[in-house]
Ligand binder design. Structure first.
Ligand SMILES: Nc1nc2c(ncn2[C@@H]2O[C@H](COP(=O)(O)OP(=O)(O)O)[C@@H](O)[C@H]2O)c(=O)[nH]1
Ligand SMILES: [Mg+2]
Ligand SMILES: [Zn+2]
Length: 423
């Protein structure tokens, strides 16, 4: 049978260090056990090499004769999925204040993608399963528990954890690079030929607290290269919104803990870093899409003005095929913006004065507030997996995919769904 020829991209962008290179400059990762010790990655890592010999199947042969299938970036030597050689990247940076709900959201969103996308005619797979292990664990905890009646919680990831960062030595300098999650997504209408590699950067909120100078680039440099920024805004941390929820409910509301953090400062810090890094003139807006993802909607949804439509903004088209419902996302974005304009106008103003496209979407990763449970000697807050009901967690990703691939979205999904920002 004739072998299908790979169509390589002209340029590759490394999802770890953002180095741009030609596909033929990729290095290969040796697999012979004697070939350990890489000058960039350290003594335990397999050597990286440029191959001169290949097997009859086209796989590289390492200097000690073993077949080598994995490829890496020529600069940072970190492994990249092979699909990056063929498919364009869509990069999404997820930012938000500590405890805004990023970890729960990421787990619910990726689990939702795995379940829902195939029903919409898309396929999704881990582009690099090893890179996604932290996510797998979190998804398993919340959605695939063997004891769904036993409360679980997602631990706070240590900001300095090697699970979140790689350490590499480039040009005599040790650099800390974030470990992105990576998926390969193929989409309808592409006849199986197209698709994207979705690269997600989760950020420890601590890196964005104003004044946290020591935690700067390159840990947050991916923001500059991202096509889309998801800013997780937790309305329940805003005292003005909390007061409204309480007065509507007439009593204290679960999930509305007091927090002194001003999230607009985190948003501002994010924007300042992007603008500085790109050297954008003061009156020029950044062209990436900003999604203001309003977390924990189960708590504050009564302020929205309308009921959220369905578990996900998906509806059947005239042929009965499921599609993301950008109309519903559009009017929901308007209502979210109207709510924020009343309660936290500075968020709207900071967002829309800096990004040319802004969409607001409510999400609830868990569907309800955490309950207290005993874990050893301590009391903890967590969820019984059987009670977790994510809502609208795919709306931000639908907008993101519609933004990079307009034929999938609402015909230039971003601009139609956008409720402000002068796009
Ligand atoms: N009510 C409600 N609480 C949530 C939701 N998602 C997360 N939380 C709570 O918010 C807290 C912080 O969430 P986490 O994802 O760890 O925040 P991160 O620091 O931004 O990663 C957790 O203790 C959760 O119980 C949600 O969708 N609804
Ligand atoms: Mg977290
Ligand atoms: Zn690299």
């Amino acid at each position: 049978m004739a072998k299908k020829k790979l169509k390589l991209r002209k340029w590759i962008r490394c999802p770890h260090c953002w180095h741009r290179f030609r596909p033929w400059d990729c290095v290969f990762i040796a697999s012979h056990d004697s070939l350990r010790g890489d000058p960039v990655l350290g003594d335990d890592a397999f050597v990286r090499f440029l191959p001169s010999r290949f097997t009859s199947n086209g796989h590289a042969i390492d200097p000690n004769g073993s077949e080598s299938r994995d490829v890496a970036c020529p600069r940072c030597h970190l492994q990249i999925p092979r699909s990056i050689l063929e498919l364009p990247l869509v990069t999404i940076s997820i930012v938000g204040a500590p405890s805004s709900g990023k970890s729960y959201y990421l787990a619910a969103m990726t689990n939702g993608l795995r379940r829902a996308l195939p029903q919409l005619g898309w396929t999704i797979a881990d582009a690099d399963p090893a890179a996604n292990t932290l996510l797998h664990e979190q998804e398993e905890k919340l959605f695939l528990a063997s004891r769904p009646d036993k409360p679980v919680r997602l631990e706070k990831t240590d900001v300095a954890s090697s699970r979140l960062y790689h350490s590499v030595r480039i040009d005599e300098q040790v650099l800390t690079l974030p470990k992105p999650f990576q998926f390969t997504i193929t989409n309808p209408g592409a006849n199986g030929a197209g698709g994207h590699v979705l690269v997600l950067y989760d950020n420890a909120g601590e890196h964005f607290l104003p004044g946290n100078e020591s935690m700067r680039e390159p840990v947050t440099e991916h923001l500059t290269h991202s096509d889309i920024v998801f800013f997780l805004l937790d309305p329940t941390q805003d005292p003005r919104i909390r007061a409204q929820i309480r007065s509507l409910a007439g009593e204290p509301v679960d999930g509305c803990d007091d927090s002194p953090l001003r999230q607009e400062l985190v948003l501002n810090e994010t924007i300042v870093r992007i603008r500085k890094s790109l050297g954008l003139p003061t009156n020029e807006k950044h062209k990436a899409l900003l999604m203001i993802v309003l977390a924990k909607a189960d708590v504050w949804a009564p302020l929205l003005g309308h009921e959220l439509n369905g578990d996900e903004p998906v509806r059947a088209d005239s042929n009965g095929v499921g599609k993301f419902d950008f109309n519903s996302i559009g009017y929901t974005s308007k209502d979210c913006r109207a709510m924020l304009s009343k309660t936290s106008p500075e968020v709207v103003s900071i967002a829309e004065s800096s990004f040319s496209r802004v969409i607001y979407v409510p999400v609830s990763a868990t569907g309800g507030p955490a309950e207290e449970f005993r874990d050893g000697d301590a009391m903890q807050k967590g969820y019984r997996p059987q009670d977790i009901r994510p809502k609208w967690v795919l709306a931000p990703i639908a907008c993101a995919l519609g933004y990079v691939e307009p034929h999938l979205g609402p015909q230039a999904g971003a601009s139609r769904a956008s409720s402000g920002g002068g796009s």
